[in-house]
Design a protein around this ligand. Structure first.
Ligand SMILES: NC(=O)c1ccc[n+]([C@@H]2O[C@H](COP(=O)([O-])OP(=O)(O)OC[C@H]3O[C@@H](n4cnc5c(N)ncnc54)[C@H](O)[C@@H]3O)[C@@H](O)[C@H]2O)c1
Length: 269
């Protein structure tokens, strides 16, 4: 159902890889709600070719950008400015860890890989906001979102160095959000989403167990990707103008549930 919540709004959506991606669902919902946007992903992701389908369905341009490259981001924002003038929303839906991919244990982290994970998954959030702010491309009351996970607050075995990346991402949202709000009335938040069956999610060691546990230990169960997209739409809309510098849990209640009866029944000794 469409409520025209984003009618007239323009944006950039980072991180749609395939139809499982959270960003893919956000793009579909943003289109339904009347937004226009540019889709962007790393060159290697674009070579997989699926993004063209989404671009066609949503009437969007696709622009390649590796978020570790300031050059790529400069070009992306220039293209957005040429197409739209100022924009209203940005979704950062990006995560990647080579330590995770290679199954290297957290306590044995390879630091080149560790730096790469921080750069792609967290520092890129700062980098894109730095360039957006320098170019003064955001309209007042614009909204910028990153996607996080509860492993920023709790130790979750298998989430590896992505836990540290998510802690940094949330901190960047708070600190950059302070300056962006003060100087330009732009809001910056992260949404902490339930485990979700996507390419990035599936790469986590023990993801199946994590998914099942979180589902059972949440009164509402795990939040699906489409509902996460709906939350993003609300955060991009004018209905949330004074929400900034927050990490917003979208997790069926997992983050504030100690133990459900279901889990209790399973672990009784
Ligand atoms: N899936 C989950 O369980 C879950 C839970 C909470 C938060 N998140 C977060 O949601 C976000 C989206 O992940 P997803 O689950 O939709 O998986 P996904 O694999 O569909 O998306 C991750 C995206 O990051 C992009 N990316 C990787 N390196 C990049 C680079 N150098 N430059 C530009 N883009 C790059 C990938 O191409 C991909 O599109 C991530 O931040 C992830 O950590 C996921």
């Amino acid at each position: 159902m469409s409520y025209n919540l984003l009618k007239g709004k323009k944006g950039i959506i980072f991180g749609a890889l395939n139809e499982d991606s959270i960003a893919w669902k956000v793009a579909e919902r943003a289109h339904e709600e009347g937004a226009e946007f540019i889709l962007t992903n790393a060159p290697v992701a674009l070579r997989m070719g699926q993004l063209d389908e989404l671009a066609k369905a949503t009437g969007s341009d696709v622009i390649s950008a590796d978020v570790t490259s300031a050059d790529d981001l400069e070009k992306l924002f220039d293209a957005a400015e040429a197409k739209f003038g100022k924009i209203d929303f940005i979704l950062h839906s990006i995560g990647m860890s080579i330590n995770v991919r290679k199954g290297i244990h957290y306590t044995e982290s390879n630091y080149d890989f560790y730096h790469k994970a921080m750069d792609i998954s967290a520092i890129s959030f700062h980098r894109l906001m730095k360039i957006a702010k320098q170019k003064d491309i955001m309209n007042e009351w614009g909204s910028i979102l990153g996607l996080s996970f509860i492993a920023a607050q709790m130790a979750i075995p298998g989430y590896n160095d992505m836990s540290d990346a998510k802690s940094l991402l949330e901190s960047i949202a708070r600190t950059f959000g302070y300056y962006y709000g003060r100087d330009k009335k732009v809001r910056v938040n992260t949404i902490s989403q339930s485990p979700t069956k996507t390419t990035a999610g599936g790469g986590i060691k023990g993801f199946g167990e994590l998914y099942g546990f979180a589902d059972k230990n949440s009164p509402l169960g795990n939040a699906p990707a489409l509902d996460c997209a709906n939350y993003c739409i609300m955060m991009f809309s004018d209905l949330t103008r004074y929400v900034t510098m927050q990490n917003l849990f979208h997790d069926g209640g997992f983050s504030t549930t100690g133990l459900t009866e279901e889990i209790m029944g399973e672990v009784r000794d």
